[in-house]
Design a protein around this ligand. Structure first.
Ligand SMILES: NC(=O)c1ccc[n+]([C@@H]2O[C@H](COP(=O)([O-])OP(=O)(O)OC[C@H]3O[C@@H](n4cnc5c(N)ncnc54)[C@H](O)[C@@H]3O)[C@@H](O)[C@H]2O)c1
Length: 365
């Protein structure tokens, strides 16, 4: 850990901000686990939430692709061990803490921010909405304030299919009505609107990616591959196979879908990472911004996923139908033509079979 007498990069800027904000840099509470001095490679990218599932895959891929990366994560969900395997610098701190942000931006020559940090559980957001508004909206606001103060204009934001009004059939495209069905989606949509306002207000250039269901892992990433939240369907299926959990709970079989279980569009995490790498390069060149769905256009029911897991592992999945979860919707499937044509980007690893195979490999099955 080092203190917050941060010098190396934005010294003058940070002093200016210190004067503006009246912050005492010496009372800063972040922990920097990276070595100092830092700059060694070309562009420095801040990955908020980079100790979590998608963020750690992203951070590792950034490093592999010749970027320098620094992770800001409060470790509420992710872990230090995972972050340390990415090859990125790790700063333990909270996106809602202006002092932590100011220290971080003073210390690292950040060119762009990829903003993953958020609370992400739909069901929990129904039970504890204030946590979600605080973390996801206040956190994004604080981040944008600091970016403005430091003159950092490039942002990629992780949004979600949960911002759309639920639709009984057909693909969700970017022009579909926006009407979240749960507080998680509400906070993400509000953060999108904040980013849009900041783009008009102070010249931020932003790409918002609306992910559908992130799935699988890159097995060669070792520990990183275990950052996937266990609450997600596919990890829970694997846990049911290995006996880590007694049985898989299938939340509702009375939805208006062919087999009655919820239908989702599963997108391989490394396909998501690819889209971010393409987007980042174009963002930095100044020739791309906007909102893009990232999905496959194909939906799979819970029972489809169970069937495919049994096929690729050759093992039975014990499962049982239970009550619907609050906030869940019958179907979310992406129309992602815009991303395919504009970025351009093609999800090449996102067949259900490949997703289940990579996850099973990550689970040692
Ligand atoms: N996983 C999906 O299927 C999915 C789908 C759509 C959108 N998203 C979005 O992608 C992003 C990443 O999701 P994930 O699945 O990797 O989740 P995750 O929980 O694995 O990662 C989130 C990370 O953010 C960190 N974090 C949370 N609040 C923080 C705060 N206030 N300050 C600093 N760090 C904080 C957590 O510790 C965690 O490491 C989220 O913004 C989520 O809304 C995910």
């Amino acid at each position: 850990m080092i203190g917050c007498a941060l010098k190396p990069y934005h010294t003058l800027k940070s002093l200016a901000i210190k004067l503006i904000s009246g912050l005492s840099m010496s009372s800063c509470s972040i922990i920097l686990s990276a070595n100092v001095p830092h700059p060694k490679r070309s562009l420095m990218i801040l990955v908020t939430g980079g100790a979590g599932y998608i963020g750690s895959h992203m951070a590792r891929s950034l490093v592999q692709n010749g970027f320098d990366a620094v992770i800001l994560d409060n470790l509420s969900h992710g872990s230090k061990e995972i972050a340390n395997q990415t090859g990125a610098h790790l700063v333990v701190g909270d996106i809602r803490d202006p002092r932590a942000l100011t220290s971080l931006f003073s210390h690292y020559p950040i060119e762009a921010v990829i903003h993953f940090a958020a609370a992400i559980e739909v069901g929990e957001s129904v039970l504890d909405p204030l946590k979600y508004w605080d973390n996801n909206l206040t956190g994004t606001l604080r981040l944008l304030e600091t970016m403005r103060a430091f003159g950092i204009r490039n942002l990629i934001f992780s949004s979600t299919a949960a911002v759309y009004a639920p639709k009984k059939r057909g693909l969700l495209v970017e022009e579909n009505p926006l009407q979240p069905d749960n507080p998680y989606g509400d906070t993400k949509l509000s953060a999108e609107r904040l980013i849009e306002a900041a783009s008009k207000g102070f010249g931020l250039t932003a790409i918002t990616f609306r992910y559908f269901n992130a799935a699988a892992m890159e097995p060669s990433f070792g520990l990183i591959s275990h950052a996937i939240p266990r609450s997600h369907l596919i990890p829970a299926v694997m846990d049911a196979i290995t006996g880590r959990i007694l049985e898989l709970k299938v939340f509702g079989n009375d939805y208006a879908t062919p087999d009655g279980t919820g239908i989702r569009d599963y997108i391989h995490v490394m396909d998501l990472v690819d889209a971010h790498l393409i987007g980042l390069k174009r963002l930095i060149k100044g020739n791309l911004s906007g909102v893009f769905n990232l999905g496959t256009g194909k939906g799979h029911s819970v029972l489809d996923v169970i069937g495919m897991a049994e096929k690729v592992t050759g093992k039975k999945v014990p499962w049982r139908i239970v009550e619907r979860r609050p906030g869940d919707v019958p179907m979310l499937v992406a129309g992602s033509r815009k991303a395919r044509e504009t970025l351009p980007w093609i999800p090449v690893r996102s067949s259900l079979e490949r997703i289940l195979r990579d996850t099973a490999t990550g689970w040692g099955l």
